[in-house]
Write a protein that binds this ligand. Structure first.
Ligand SMILES: Cc1ncc(COP(=O)(O)O)c(C=O)c1O
Length: 394
């Protein structure tokens, strides 16, 4: 059987990383990757995480299975982090721990199709490359809603609405809650309100992908699209990840939360989430969830974590502004302000595929063909060279 199996083409980002690794230029720069880098180019372990791990090392007594939906204290802490204390006390949330955001999305796809009878999911064009694959493998039909304006670096909200006007009652809509990947282009608060109204009027199910809480404006501010929708009485599914905001990439920790309108529905959704998980991975891994639970429920550790996350966010904002200032000086006729308006780690730089190739071939600077750059890959050592190279290919 295996003889006739075709080779699956490698992931585009993975391929670029291989090229980067083999590039002998000492001044090479990699802005392709999807992980946070600090000023020294490392993806560090947070101090709060190390402290929590020490507590766990000293106190944990068993490696026995967690419940199918994770530890109850983790579930409460996650619902509170997403919804806020007030709303999480009132909202009928069914939360489960998942191995990262990817699995959370996959469980959401499975639930949507098998339990809720959803056939079609709408996602932004462009979106994270894994989104259509995850929901496609969950058996949903993928449709796209337009997202960007003509420049390719800002939002065209009229186009979003126009695309969604052909959606049908009972379709799901995948929404990047904050720090849209790959573009960095988010909806404004008023646009979220308007979209929420449309979703409710048309009976569409929002699936909020929440992979960057704390990377935009702050933990509370970044959750506002979800909180606004839930407070106004809508059903929703929220898929969150702690890969980025805790730097726990390889520990695989995240969650899925369904918001219901009655206690009976919430209990039924919890049971369905559990039965879905049972056949997919049975129960979540212990370590990452225990770290998050320890940090979120200990006042000192939580303060340390929030300070560290603030540091990450402020570094990214500062890099955006340094980049814009340098580019404005190098290419005076061109407006780079859109880089400051975008949020999070990623940015649609406005560079074309040809310009991305020229950067790679002539300057050993690696960005995605779409023009997506990882802002966190910039630092004091590479900023000058990067800006000069971009100016030369423009
Ligand atoms: C938009 C988006 N959603 C989900 C994920 C998945 O995160 P995880 O690594 O926790 O599976 C990512 C990771 O890059 C992402 O960018």
């Amino acid at each position: 059987m295996f003889e006739s199996v075709p080779v699956n083409p490698p992931d585009a980002i993975f391929g670029l990383n291989e090229l980067f690794k083999n590039d002998s230029n000492a001044n090479k720069i990699n802005l392709t990757v999807g992980v946070y880098k600090d000023a020294s180019g490392q993806t560090p372990i947070m101090k709060s995480v190390k402290l929590a791990e020490q507590i766990l090392l000293d106190n944990s007594t068993t490696k026995s299975y967690l419940p199918i939906d994770g530890s109850p204290a983790y579930r409460t802490a996650v619902a509170e982090l997403i919804l806020g204390k007030d709303l999480s006390g009132k909202a009928l949330a069914s939360t489960a721990q998942t191995p990262g955001g990817t699995v959370s999305l996959r469980v959401a796809g499975e639930l949507a199709r098998r339990v809720l009878g959803v056939k079609t999911i709408w996602m932004s064009n462009p979106t994270w490359a894994n989104h259509p694959k995850i929901f496609g493998q969950a058996g949903l039909e993928i449709k796209q809603y337009d997202y960007l304006d003509e420049s390719g670096t800002g939002l065209d909200f009229e186009k979003v609405k126009a695309s969604l006007s052909s959606s049908q009652k009972g379709d799901a809509v995948l929404l990047h809650t904050v720090c849209h990947n790959p573009t960095g282009v988010d909806l404004s608060s008023d646009q979220w309100t308007e979209l929420g109204e449309i979703m409710k009027t048309k009976s569409l199910l929002p699936i909020f992908d929440f992979a960057y809480q704390g990377f935009g404006e702050g933990l509370e501010e970044d959750a506002s699209p979800i909180r606004k929708f839930v407070a106004s009485g809508g059903e929703a599914i929220i898929c969150n990840s702690f890969s980025k905001n805790f730097g726990l990439y390889g520990e695989r920790v995240g969650g899925i939360t369904a918001i219901s309108q009655t206690a009976e529905a919430a209990a039924a959704m919890q049971s369905q989430i559990k039965s879905t998980i049972r056949t997919m991975y049975s129960n979540p891994p212990i370590h990452g969830g225990a770290i998050v639970q320890t940090v979120l429920t200990d006042a000192d550790l939580r303060n340390t974590w929030e300070d560290e996350l603030t540091g990450v966010r402020e570094r990214i904002v500062a890099l955006r502004s340094q980049f814009v200032d340098k580019m404005a000086a190098l290419v005076p006729g061109r407006d780079f302000e859109y880089i400051n308006r975008q949020r999070g780690m990623f940015s649609y730089s406005g560079l074309s595929k040809d310009q991305a190739e020229a950067l790679r071939n002539d300057h050993s600077i690696y960005i995605l063909g779409s023009g997506r750059i990882n802002i966190a890959g910039m630092n004091a050592d590479n900023m000058d060279g990067l800006c000069k190279a971009i100016a030369s290919v423009l």
